[in-house]
Design a protein around this ligand. Structure first.
Ligand SMILES: Cc1cc2nc3c(=O)[nH]c(=O)nc-3n(C[C@H](O)[C@H](O)[C@H](O)COP(=O)(O)OP(=O)(O)OC[C@H]3O[C@@H](n4cnc5c(N)ncnc54)[C@H](O)[C@@H]3O)c2cc1C
Ligand code: SF4
Ligand code: SF4
Length: 443
């Protein structure tokens, strides 16, 4: 890790998902110097984990990796991974952020991403990227399309056996690295800290996370992805190819018992998308979607839904009350079917997918003095006319840090946040010299 004490930029973007990457690119293309701070070892956020995207069914990796690469290679963007903002001060209209960089225990300048260390490492761990279905080594490049392609050691699980050190062709392993603090001084801040999923154990009625064949929708994204853990859709308990798959909609949204009263806006569409992809991957499987309402609000989305129905995917109107399991660990869904005179039925499936909702990933109140709204996402005082402007002058918000939204809306809002930040910089900087980098940082 290079030593860096202070970085002076025009704008600080916090979060390297699609929203943060797009905001950084939009600002950088206008000539502003941007620091993009991401807490994980790679940028890409949740989008790089997805298989294909609705409504076009484009391969997600194919459309996300060029953006990740553009961020990493842009002359006006300083990319800071494994970094978190610890505090922020305001000084005469400028922001000074204290950032802590976690050590990778790998010299990023020397590491070529060859992965020899990974092949030599004896420690297998569940892969967070593959939602615990696949395995990774204690030292690894985070995933095959990670940016930057640099290794990192999970030091808590490392045996300190030195095997990686012995095989590394560039002597990049460095066990002496320590956490490093530095400051980023910026004229404006864009928050793009994203979302988290409703945990599968949130609802006791759905098995409370104890039923092996009840999974969340991000697990299905990984099972369907070409880079996924098995290359096939297999259920977790016994590796069987499922013949009958059910989706339970609003499993963590529009649910007062969980304190999540809002609609997460993407779950209907991603369930329909996954059902279509499953029809291709498992042509003989029966696929059922249990729903309260189907909300297909975007351009081309309603047609997408109609196409799914035409493909034979079964849509059953009814709120699932309970999920249990039978002796073969098949999940059994208990549901009141509205279109059949409110009959209560129980149906067994091989695999049940919970269409979990979006929760705020991060509370910007303590660090950025950006209050949150009743839903827990950043408060936006004038959502109709300035949807990226927070209560705190100079701090803007984009993507799912502002509220549940899909990729299209995240990108649109990122452009809006970049424009607002640029306008703010121009107004506050009149008569002041343009900032320059004091010392150059790297990923
Ligand atoms: C199962 C599933 C399928 C989906 N399928 C589709 C689809 O087909 N089409 C579609 O349009 N949308 C889809 N979506 C929605 C899509 O994933 C989101 O719209 C999009 O990923 C939002 O991007 P984001 O940048 O706002 O957030 P995120 O992807 O969550 O990125 C936020 C980033 O900020 C980082 N971060 C958070 N806090 C900090 C901090 N304090 N400091 C530094 N970094 C921080 C995180 O590590 C993360 O990298 C799907 C969602 C799910 C759950
Ligand atoms: S740490 Fe060494 S062995 Fe591992 S990816 Fe980097 S260069 Fe290759
Ligand atoms: S020192 Fe740690 S990371 Fe390196 S090979 Fe051994 S267990 Fe793996």
């Amino acid at each position: 890790m290079n030593t860096m004490t202070r970085l002076n930029v025009d704008a600080l973007v916090v979060g390297g998902g699609i929203a943060g990457m797009q905001a950084a690119l939009d600002l950088a293309d206008q000539g502003y110097h941007v620091a993009l701070v991401e807490k994980e070892a790679s940028i890409g956020g949740k989008m790089i984990m997805l298989s294909k995207v609705f409504p076009t069914l484009d391969c997600c990796s194919c459309i996300t990796t060029p953006k990740m690469s553009a961020v990493a290679h842009h002359d006006n963007i300083t990319l800071l991974t494994t970094c978190e903002v610890q505090g922020i001060e305001e000084n005469g209209g400028a922001f000074r952020a204290q950032v802590l960089q976690k050590p990778r225990y790998v010299d990023v300048d020397a590491c070529t991403g060859c992965r020899q260390c990974e092949y030599a490492c004896p420690v297998d761990l569940p892969s967070a990227f593959d939602r615990e279905l696949g395995a990774v080594r204690a030292i690894r490049v985070p995933f095959s399309t990670a940016v930057p392609q640099k290794a990192m050691i999970d030091i808590d699980n490392c045996l300190l056996c030195g095997k990686c050190e012995r095989v590394c062709p560039t002597d990049a392993i460095d066990f002496t690295q320590q956490p490093e603090s530095f400051e980023v001084e910026a004229g404006a801040v864009v928050l793009a800290t994203g979302f988290e999923l409703t945990p599968t154990d949130a609802k006791k009625e759905y098995g409370g996370g104890d039923l092996l064949n009840v999974v969340d929708a991000l697990v299905l994204e990984r099972l369907l992805a070409p880079t996924g853990p098995y290359g096939h859709v297999l259920r977790p308990s016994d590796g069987k190819e499922p013949d009958s798959i059910a989706y339970v909609q609003c499993a963590g949204s529009r649910d007062k018992t969980l304190g999540v009263e809002y609609c997460s806006r993407v779950c209907c569409m991603y369930a329909i998308k996954q059902a279509m992809l499953l029809s291709g991957a498992l042509p003989l499987a029966d696929i059922t979607i249990y729903y309260m309402d189907i909300r297909t609000f975007g351009k081309g989305y309603e047609q997408f839904y109609q196409n799914a129905k035409a493909m034979g995917i079964e849509f059953v109107k009814g709120k699932v009350a309970k999920i249990t399991e039978d002796d073969e660990q098949n999940p059994v869904v208990r549901v009141e079917v509205v279109d059949e005179e409110a009959q209560i039925v129980e149906r067994a499936h091989d695999l049940v997918v919970l269409s979990v909702g979006m929760l705020p990933g991060y509370n910007p109140e303590p660090l950025y003095a950006v209050p949150t709204a009743a839903d827990g996402f950043a408060s936006i005082p004038a959502p109709n006319i300035r949807p990226t402007v927070t209560d705190h002058p100079g701090i803007f918000v984009t993507g799912t840090a502002a509220g549940p939204m899909d990729i299209v809306d995240s990108i649109v809002l990122a452009g809006a946040a970049a424009s607002e930040a640029a306008a703010y910089l121009e107004t506050t900087r009149q008569g002041q010299p343009a900032p320059v980098e004091m010392e150059v940082a790297h990923a």
